[in-house]
Design a protein. Structure first.
Lengths: 240, 309
């Protein structure tokens, strides 16, 4: 565990040193803030004390931002050859993957913590359902975790950051839109499976305040699988 | 700690990069790994460092096997990969601290270790700079420092002096020799003079196979045939001088290298003290000997002979 934390700490430091962290935080807060408070079907428009508009905006914002956060995690190590140094230190492939995953997740959680003024503002305007807020944030964390997993996996494949970014979006869009569309056209088992693989239904039931173990297992499962695939890519390099 | 490589085989696709190599390096020995590009040097070193997993065969560092006890091996080796990859966005001292922590140096010990390697590698003035701001020579020192931070028993250095200027090369070489006194060191290079100056033993590898494994002195002896001297004699007729030189005891072949400048090359029987005879012949005939250069068989020649068909 200490080994993981040493690497996580370095990655976080690197996010802040390279300004990546600040850019992400500003863009995320700016983007989600703008659409939550000022534009479109914003909080004032629906005349209810709820953070639903924020959760919906954050869902798509994160979809585009997280791959930008994860794209260099392993591809840059592959490109520079530093992966060789890292893996010849007394750490395992799995520890490296998990450490990098945690670094991105922590940064995203920092971004969420900075949105606490939203909660305070909305709760001062009306009767905010705190259970729903908790469940909504949990959904955001779980969804982020899944996107980080996918991003980390695509980053482990090659040494090009842009390829990693686009590939993560490509895989992500299946979970976001395509599985749902396909699932609607099919009945029976395959329809059910595709429906289960779509993030939208899991996310929406969670931001409404329902924490169902099936939803949690879905996000955690995809995350875990992605990390395993990333590890396999690392191992593969050592057999090459 | 000894390093034992046993029947190591590693292929990339159909190409065998390392083909059944076995050798042993003893504690306190500096082994130079020589070979043309693509001979399998880097592959072998990557396998010893545990980064590459061999197709077959085994490598032992001390009593630990790279396949079964990789973590223990990693704990005991310092590795400087080819091209010296570093996290360029980090300051030197932060980077070294990061590596030290990964190597499991305790909180109490880390500052002593840091001061130690910074001192050994001469990084005192640069320690707060970002690695990307350093010159190539200093980056190389950082690479060496990260390999040394946990005071490993075994050092694997892949081309430690590439891209350095001559002064830096001498400094790094001295450093390696100094470190090598109590550790086991394997270093690769394609600069022969470097290997000769730094290593106790040389291993020449070509197309994935070992073609020579000996001490520098023995390798030289092995390749040495005739004693060759280049001479320049003035003050006489070129044909007379040629005849005289040809009749010297021990002289086998005499060549006129440059007839205008009276330069000759003499191949002679080893240990026939040809230089002395040349000198005496000149005195007898009242000629002036203006040059006498003994030609050593260079390691280059051995290398060329062993690595070309």
């Amino acid at each position: 565990m200490t080994k993981i934390w040493i690497i996580t700490k370095r990655e976080l430091q690197s996010y802040f040193d390279s300004l990546m962290a600040y850019i992400l935080l500003i863009l995320f807060l700016g983007f989600s803030g703008f659409f939550t408070w000022l534009y479109g079907s914003d909080i004032f428009f629906i005349k209810q004390a709820t953070l639903m508009p924020f959760f919906n905006i954050a869902y798509w914002t994160l979809f585009f931002f997280i791959p930008a956060l994860t794209m260099r995690l392993l591809s840059e190590e592959n490109r520079m050859g530093t992966i060789e140094l890292l893996l010849t230190k007394p750490v395992s492939n799995w520890q490296v993957v998990v450490a990098k995953y945690l670094a991105s997740l922590l940064l995203i959680i920092i971004a969420f913590l900075l949105t606490t003024p939203y909660i305070i503002s909305v709760s001062s305007m009306g009767n905010l359902d705190m259970g729903q807020v908790f469940s909504g944030y949990l959904a955001l964390v779980l969804f982020s975790s899944m996107m980080i997993g996918i991003g980390l996996f695509t980053s482990s494949i090659g040494s090009n950051q842009i390829v990693s970014y686009l590939l993560a979006l490509f895989i992500g869009i299946f979970f976001q839109v395509i599985f749902q569309m396909l699932g609607q056209g099919l009945v029976g088992l395959s329809g059910h499976i595709l429906d289960y693989l779509s993030t939208v239904s899991h996310f929406e039931s969670m931001i409404r305040g329902v924490i169902d173990s099936r939803d949690v297992i879905f996000f955690a499962g995809i995350t875990f699988l992605s990390l395993v695939f990333a590890e396999i890519m690392l191992i593969k390099k050592r057999f090459a | 700690m000894d390093i034992i490589v046993e029947k190591l085989i590693k292929s990339y696709g159909l190409q065998k990069a390392v083909d059944n190599i076995s050798f042993k390096v003893k504690t306190g020995e500096i082994l130079g790994f020589l070979g043309p590009n693509g001979a399998g040097k880097t592959t072998t070193m990557k396998a010893i460092s545990t980064f590459l997993i061999p197709d077959s065969g085994n490598i032992f560092v001390g009593n630990y096997s790279v396949t079964k006890n990789a973590e223990d091996v990693k704990q005991n080796i310092g590795y400087l990969p080819e091209n010296n990859p570093l996290y360029e966005d980090m300051p030197v001292i932060d980077y070294l601290k990061f590596v030290g922590e990964l190597q499991g140096i305790s909180k109490d010990g880390i500052y002593d270790s840091l001061l130690n390697v910074i001192d050994t590698c001469g990084l005192e003035a640069e320690k707060h700079k970002k690695i990307s701001e350093l010159s190539k020579g200093y980056k190389q020192r950082v690479g060496l420092a990260q390999a040394l931070i946990h005071n490993p028993e075994v050092l694997i250095l892949d081309e430690p002096t590439t891209g350095l200027d001559p002064n830096q090369i001498v400094e790094i070489r001295d450093l390696i020799r100094q470190i090598g006194k109590e550790k086991t060191v394997i270093l690769s290079s394609h600069i022969l003079a470097e290997v000769e100056a730094t290593c106790d033993r040389i291993l020449i590898i070509n197309k994935g196979k070992i073609v020579a494994d000996d001490t520098t002195i023995d390798l030289r002896k092995q390749a040495q045939g005739n004693d060759i001297v280049n001479v320049k004699v003035e003050g006489g007729d070129i044909n007379e001088i040629y005849e005289e030189l040809k009749n010297l005891p021990g002289a086998l072949i005499v060549d006129i290298v440059d007839s205008e400048n009276y330069r000759f090359q003499i191949d002679s029987v080893p240990k026939s003290s040809i230089a002395k005879s040349v000198f005496n012949a000149c005195v007898r005939n009242n000629w002036v000997l203006t040059e006498l250069i003994p030609i050593e068989t260079k390691l280059e020649d051995i290398f060329k002979e062993l690595t070309t068909e």
